[in-house]
Design a protein around this ligand. Sequence first.
Ligand code: CA
Length: 219
Amino acid sequence: MINILIVEDEISIAKLMKMSLKRAGYECDCVYDGEEAADRIGTGKYDLILLDVMLPKISGFELMEYIRPMGIPVIFITAKNAVADRVKGLRMGAEDYIVKPFEIIELLARVDVVLRRYRLSDDIIDICGLHIDPQAMRVQRDGKEIPLTKKEYDLLLLFARNPDTALYRETIYERVWGGELEYGSKAVDLLVQRLRKKVGWNQVLKAVNKVGYRLEVRQ
Ligand code: CA
């Protein structure tokens, strides 16, 4: 199931978006200010964030600084005529923007494109010798199923969806466990070691010095 967070202080727009996205099969939550958004994003639950620029307490741009290292895709929601905001959002690493007022069909199309780009649709992923079926939560190598725990599976999917990208330990922790990694904790390293062994990724799931780990697809 894909989880989307809608951050928009115009409650009627937020509710309309939520209803439409739910109807299209996504799980959705709405928050109405930047502070609440930061709290929710920190849970590691969300696959995509729809982010208004002008928000109470913390602006969309400030939130973007916080989201970027986490590797969660963002679509900015901008006001009509705010061309500078659109450009700034894209420069900050947003995947796309949508201009208010928008048609629901346009919103759904943009969400779909971004999720596909991030391989967040339920499409099959073939990567580094593995055949991953996100809908069935099933992982196979050479036609044989590899049983994984929920956390191992979440970690696998995180790497599979971010190939050739160095992921910070803190980011991995936030995305797999939710919450903050405690200083000195080896939780991430231990889970990575287990996953490597189980799925045969010893050669491709590489440690990145002082950062975390990277799945090397381009050898
Ligand atoms: Ca607003």
